[in-house]
Design a protein around this ligand. Structure first.
Ligand code: DX5
Ligand code: ZN
Length: 220
């Protein structure tokens, strides 16, 4: 069962509540919340106060993608602000720091996620598998919406799918970046279960039609 997670990075922030209502009514499963610190990635987005406002506005599942250096410093603040899942980047700290942050996320009662930049090989994730509820394969360089899908990431998705299926770990697999109906089909065929889409969903007037198309339904 494919989940669609619209990324609010491409939403109109002046009308965020209405934007969320429109994707919720359009059948979105999760909301994807991109946090950028201007260090780990060359861009700055939104953070804790905005997440807190969203949490009091909606009961949708909030999938928080931290593109920040040494994310362990902020795990408890994002948990308190209402994240359901907190996804950190494998490249953002030492292995010890990543292990500790993943454990802390779970100890706070949240789902833990581990994201891999395009240059990071699939097997770098293996030492963290037991502490991770979701792997995120980045299909663009993190930092900006509206980039082109990197099809050469598909084998990474398949390899991680083999691992999670083979070991029966129940770990979810998400892709993020350049997802549209055509690339969604490729990612889903490779084994992705959660599809993040920013510009494709929020750039379309017909949100429901677009979300349906991302699931493999009739093109909007
Ligand atoms: C990029 C972010 C993505 C972004 C995706 O660093 O992690 O979530 O919003 O945007 P699109 O779907 O436009 O590629
Ligand atoms: Zn993201």
């Amino acid at each position: 069962m494919i989940k669609i997670a619209p990324s609010i990075l491409s939403a109109d922030f002046a009308r965020l509540g209405e934007e969320i209502d429109s994707v919720r009514a359009g059948g979105a499963d999760w909301l994807h919340f991109d946090v950028m610190d201007g260090l780990f990635v060359p861009n700055i987005s939104v953070g804790i106060p905005v997440l807190k406002s969203l949490r009091s506005y909606t009961d949708m599942f909030l999938d928080v993608h931290l593109m920040i250096d040494r994310p362990g410093r902020y795990v408890s603040a994002f948990s308190k602000a209402g994240a359901d899942l907190i996804c950190i980047h494998l490249e953002a700290d030492t292995p010890e720091g990543i292990h500790a942050a993943l454990r802390e996320i779970r100890s706070l009662g949240r789902k833990s996620g581990l994201a891999l930049k395009p240059g990071t090989p699939w097997d770098a994730a293996l030492p963290f598998a037991e502490e991770t509820d979701m792997f995120l394969v980045m299909t663009v360089e993190p930092g900006f919406g509206g980039q082109k899908f990197m099809a050469d990431m598909l084998p990474k998705v398949s390899r991680l799918r083999d691992v999670t299926e083979g070991f029966g770990m129940g770990t979810l697999l998400e892709v993020d970046g350049g997802i549209n109906p055509a690339t969604a089909a490729l990612a889903a065929a490779a084994g992705a279960e959660v599809l993040v889409a920013g510009s494709d969903v929020f750039g379309a007037a017909d949100r429901a039609g677009r979300i349906l198309a991302l699931r493999g339904g009739k093109q909007a």
